[in-house]
Design a protein around this ligand. Structure first.
Ligand code: SF4
Ligand code: SF4
Length: 622
């Protein structure tokens, strides 16, 4: 139920809608927006009073609730003044700063102008009223502090009664006309978000972790998989589209956009909304596909996404961009067989060899030969199942990381085992590349194996395996706890089962994997682990934590060529190098591969290490 639990929804309403907390994550525009929002709310009762007084002359809220009205008058006057500050900043941003990501058209400027008129006419109505009706409003004069000062500043006291009356009438009609024009204009403008945003925020998914939309492949009534046409959106998708303020925060954070790809998450939302409006009068077979000749959303747009979730994480309205992008991918792959050529081989490898590179599945445990690593089939009572993943099993860097993890298990004297040839890719790469069919085959197969052994914990060193097993396998029935090696090792250090007593004199920076920091809120654990190691000096990159920059591998981009724009891993390693750190620490083998490639390409001497490798060194007795 979207309203369950109500208390959390109420908290979101209070903090994010009323107090605008998420909007202020971007400081100056956020403060400006908050001031305008508060000012608007503050002016509203006053406007209602004016409207009612137009029909019933002499109507005053002040007569109904005098004490409260005095407080309201004071606050409204101050907030309206602060709104002017917000508006001036908004104008400065649109006329002088003009950030690339901000929609800065006629519509936005017109709305700013409207708001100026509303606030200015609010003051002038009050300034004339308190002079024209000193008897009835006498007590309020001292509360309308700003309006009264305005009347003094312009010497309105020297006007005749008739002049004051004309001034009041003009202000009154300007105020009401602008408000009424505003109400008519809003539904057709981007400011419809004023109405849609509140329910959208309140009904948004709770918490950060999320899974991809599960498609029921057995349902024979489903005619189309994924999102192919605009009429296939559900009500929450539509509410998302109408909520967008076009603030551009998502675009500013998007690694695809910043490296010159054709994808802007903001544009995807706006283009889908435009498509929805354009095609709203058509129905049935006449509705055109979202991706069609001449449409702004192209295949290049859809395949540029790394699924990093920077857009969703920063969006103050909780818009779920990936519910659109990944569902469009699913439709392209499953209904149209349209996908980048390189994925053909990946899909086939995943389907027949159960790993994206096409290694023979029976060689999956060769990486640990000679290390005395038990298989679950030989040691089914093991309580910790180490899910190695495809990178740990087959990639040279991944294998080294897996060996470091095994070393740490042994140092902590843990009872563990791996699946070896019984393990298959989790399905992350296939799912995010739109191939739900292959993904679900892999998931079902792994699920059968995992449910057969029923370990207490599944541990993995890969951010993608972790996210899929933890957040997506439960959709298919997995009940076992899933843990990432970073948080697991933090626990072992805190319980003194691992003692990092070997000092490492090294300057490191930390690369946050998107699938840890943004898909699963895991920001503190790697920092806690690194700070437990003596001698390490940690230098954060400019973009870190929930704002960390993607390495470019997610969303199956690892298996596609990056033909357009600058490579995302180069953008990231340039930030690494700027810290002057000797080592960049990652906690995902895919990030490790991408960072290594990037550093090699720019001929940097910075070394990439997994967090397990660092801990392995720090717990080395030698
Ligand atoms: S999707 Fe969210 S972050 Fe992006 S422009 Fe719209 S409101 Fe702003
Ligand atoms: S998930 Fe990442 S790459 Fe995809 S649109 Fe959002 S910010 Fe851009």
């Amino acid at each position: 139920m979207p309203l369950d639990p109500l208390s959390k929804r109420f908290k979101i309403f209070f903090t994010e809608v009323l107090l605008q907390s998420k909007v202020r994550e971007k400081r100056f525009p956020g403060i400006a927006h908050t001031l305008i929002f508060f000012g608007f709310i503050a002016v509203l009762p006053h406007t209602i009073e004016l409207m009612v007084a137009g029909i019933f002359p002499g109507f005053r809220f002040a007569n109904l609730v005098p004490g409260i009205y005095a407080l309201y008058a004071f606050l409204a006057d101050i907030l309206a003044l602060l709104t002017l500050l917000g508006l001036v900043y908004g104008l400065y941003r649109r006329v002088i700063l003009k950030p690339k990501y901000l929609t800065n058209g006629f519509d936005s400027r017109l709305i700013l102008l409207f708001t100026f008129f509303i606030i200015l006419s609010f003051f002038s109505v009050n300034a004339f009223r308190i002079l024209l009706y000193p008897e009835t409003l006498r007590d309020l004069i001292r509360y309308y502090v700003v309006s009264y000062d305005i009347s003094q500043f312009f010497d309105l006291e020297n006007l005749t009664q008739q002049q004051l009356f004309i001034g009041l009438e003009i202000s009154y009609w300007i105020h009401l006309s602008v408000i009424l024009f505003f109400l008519v204009y809003i539904p057709g403008s981007k400011h419809l978000h004023i109405l849609a945003a509140i329910p959208n925020v309140i009904l948004a998914p709770l918490g950060t972790p999320k899974s991809m939309v599960k498609t029921d492949l057995e349902d024979e009534d489903i005619e189309s998989f994924g999102l192919g046409k605009i009429n296939e959106l559900n009500w929450q998708n539509v509410l998302n589209l109408y909520s967008c303020t076009e603030c551009g925060r998502c675009q500013e954070q998007c690694p695809a956009d910043m490296t010159g790809k054709p994808l802007s998450p903001k544009a995807v939302v706006v283009d889908l909304k435009d498509d929805l409006i354009q095609q709203s009068s058509t129905n049935g077979d006449t509705i055109k596909p979202i991706i069609r000749d001449g449409a702004p959303i192209t295949e290049d747009v859809i395949w540029s996404c790394t699924t990093c979730r920077a857009c969703e994480s920063i969006c103050p309205l909780h818009i779920q961009h990936l519910d659109f992008i990944l569902e469009i991918r699913k439709n392209l792959v499953m209904m149209e067989s349209r996908f980048p050529d390189e994925l053909q081989e990946t899909f086939s490898n995943l389907e027949y060899q159960f790993n994206p590179w096409g290694f023979a599945p029976e060689t999956r445990a060769e990486w640990c030969q000679g290390l005395d690593v038990p298989l679950m089939s030989d040691h089914p009572e093991a309580r910790i199942l180490y899910f190695v993943g495809c990178a740990g099993s087959f990639d040279e860097r991944g294998k080294k990381i897996a060996r470091a993890i095994i070393n740490l298990f042994k140092k902590a004297d843990l009872d563990f085992a791996i699946l070896g040839p019984e393990e298959r890719c989790t399905g992350d790469a296939a799912r995010r590349a739109g191939n739900e069919y292959v993904a679900q085959q892999l998931i079902q197969s792994n699920l059968e194996t995992l449910n057969n052994y029923k370990p207490d914990k599944i541990l993995t060193g890969c951010a993608h395996c972790y996210n899929t097993l933890k957040n997506e396998y439960p959709q298919f029935g997995l009940m076992t706890e899933v843990i990432h090696h970073t948080e697991f090792f933090v626990d072992l250090i805190q319980n003194e089962r691992l003692k990092p007593n070997h000092k490492l004199e090294e300057t490191v920076t930390l690369h946050d994997s998107c699938y840890l920091c943004r898909w699963n809120d895991m920001i503190d654990a790697p920092r806690t682990l690194l700070s437990a190691i003596a001698g390490l000096q940690i230098k954060e990159m400019d973009r870190c934590g929930s704002k960390g920059l993607c390495c470019g591998a997610g969303g199956s981009r690892m298996f596609m060529e990056e033909k357009i724009g600058k490579r995302i891993n180069i953008e990231r390693v340039e930030e690494v190098v700027a810290t002057n750190a000797e080592t960049v620490v990652a906690a995902c083998p895919f990030c490790n591969i991408m960072l290594n490639d990037g550093l090699k390409e720019i001929s940097s001497a910075v070394v990439v290490k997994d967090i397990a490798e660092i801990l392995d060194l720090a717990t080395d007795p030698s």
